[in-house]
Write a protein that binds this ligand. Structure first.
Ligand code: F0G
Length: 465
């Protein structure tokens, strides 16, 4: 009797559990008001399903926890560093591996070392911390996504790709101001969409012709590798690790947040081939992160990442991971809820501009929707729209290209019934979408305002009676 199941089960069993708590609607209303309508300012304990981010929120495996017991806490030359370095090198092939406490520390070190005021850094799409670190240098963070990426409902297998013509043009006209080119895999701010190897190789050729180093923002390299295997004919059925190695073979270096596909709760790295650049980056690292063999991490963190990087490339894990997001996508799509299609690897992105056309961009439709999802279902999501990206370095405000609500899935944390509940919340809110009203900002910092801004309903209440 041959049995070919269609159900994709979670490829793990649960060994340790953490309770989540229901709150009443009134309690959530009070919590949201006390947090000035900013979900970053809510206590996690008041959240039922937390999809704020997939960063550092995953469940570690028993293999990771046991590796942590081997953590060598020597200040210099710890064994844990060498295991970490070997793990990173076996995937990336990059010569120099510099641990950092998380991704943005790698970005800061790279950009303060390589980027000068007035420079331009092209990227398929900068993540917010990447953009902020480029701009903090007085340089321009230039997003060059493939034109398909601008249309949430257009289905394209590799919407994370770089616009090659635009890159070629900027390299030709502004080459002197470009110290490096970045590629973000998967393209988080653009909907968690993958980059094809074909596109990465074409970017590489343009960079080589222009004499520019290419760096990967590799946070979700394993998910990207899985999409390549599923969607790029030449790589069908190839082990994810082989594909990841092929991706890294195209670049001169990488920044990495190990809080994503490193399967760790903290950590990251900067890696590269250039000896002189690595020396300057290490000098820079010592100023704020620590000695180059621990870079702001404990020995046990390095161990967790060394094991986690490998687990992220496991086929059963990746199949389940990508399927859980697609499963939610299927449920929402059949209810007509507009979203970025196809669903991303780590997250589903609701298209709030399409769902709430009655709310103007600068009354922040995606922010309003994320507040309502919390009020109604205790679900925490994150706005990727005009609150996150509308603030310009000169202090003015411009609508973002898209108004998205990201539902990001922590790794190995939630099961199918959590996802079913989530679908129910979204369907309920979608049916009553006409009652949702916009917000205004009452207080904000000069940069990265979404983390701490205070907002209030622009028209008295968030939900019309
Ligand atoms: N690059 C990308 C593409 C990211 O998604 C992130 C973080 C970073 C860099 C920075 O890494 O947080 O370790 O400093 N993204 C998280 C998110 C915060 O929610 O998407 P970090």
């Amino acid at each position: 009797m041959t049995f070919n199941p269609t159900t994709i089960i979670e490829p793990f069993r649960i060994k340790s559990v953490e309770p989540i708590r229901h709150r009443s609607r009134e309690q959530r209303e009070a919590a949201l008001a006390a947090a000035h309508h900013n979900l970053f300012l809510i206590r996690a304990n008041d959240v039922l399903i937390d999809l704020l981010t997939d960063s550092g929120t995953g469940a570690m495996s028993s293999a990771q926890w046991s590796a942590m017991m081997r953590g060598d806490e020597s200040y210099a030359g710890a064994d844990s560093f060498y295991r970490f370095e070997a793990s990173v090198q076996s995937i990336t092939g990059l010569r120099h591996v510099i641990p950092t406490h998380q991704g943005r520390a790698a970005e800061r070190i790279l950009f303060t070392t390589m980027v000068q005021p007035g420079d331009i850094v092209p990227n398929n799409t900068h993540f917010d911390t990447t953009r902020a670190n480029v701009e903090a240098r007085g340089a321009t963070a230039l997003d060059l996504p493939t034109p398909d990426a601008r249309h949430p409902s257009t289905i394209h297998p590799f919407k994370g790709n770089m616009d090659l013509e635009a890159l070629e043009r900027i390299l030709a006209t502004e080459g002197d101001r470009i110290p490096l080119v970045m590629m973000t895999v998967t393209n988080n701010s653009g909907g968690g969409q993958p980059v094809s190897l074909e596109n990465l190789r074409a970017v590489r050729r343009l960079c080589l012709a222009a004499g520019k180093p290419l760096f990967l923002d590799a946070c979700r390299f394993a998910e990207n590798a899985w999409f390549i295997r599923e969607r790029e004919a030449a790589w069908s059925g190839v082990p994810p690790k082989t594909i990841a190695q092929a991706m890294f073979a195209e670049v001169d270096g990488a920044t990495m947040s190990a809080k994503k596909d490193g399967m760790a709760n903290i950590g990251g790295f900067l890696a590269m081939n250039d000896d002189d650049l690595a020396r300057r980056c290490r000098d820079n690292l010592v100023l704020t992160e620590g000695f180059p063999t621990y870079g702001g991490l404990a020995g046990y963190d390095l161990e967790a990442i060394a094991v986690g990087l490998d687990e992220a490339l496991d086929e059963d894990y990746l199949r389940y991971r990508i399927r859980s997001v697609a499963y939610l996508g299927d449920r929402l799509k059949s209810a007509g809820i507009p979203m970025v299609e196809p669903p991303g690897g780590h997250a589903l992105y609701i298209d709030a501009a399409a769902m709430l056309p009655h709310i103007p961009a600068l009354e922040y439709p995606a922010w309003a929707l994320s507040c309502v999802l919390y009020l109604v279902g205790g679900v925490r999501s994150v706005e990727i729209g005009s609150v996150m990206f509308g603030q310009q370095p000169d202090g003015t405000e411009r609508p973002a290209a898209m108004e998205l609500v990201r539902l990001a899935f922590p790794r190995r944390v939630y099961t199918q019934s959590h996802v079913d509940y989530l679908a129910e919340v979204l369907l309920h809110v979608h049916e009553r979408r006409d009652t949702i009203r916009g917000l205004r900002i009452t207080e904000q910092p000069p940069a990265l305002r979404h983390f701490t801004a205070h907002l209030a309903p622009a028209h008295g209440t968030l939900l019309a009676p």
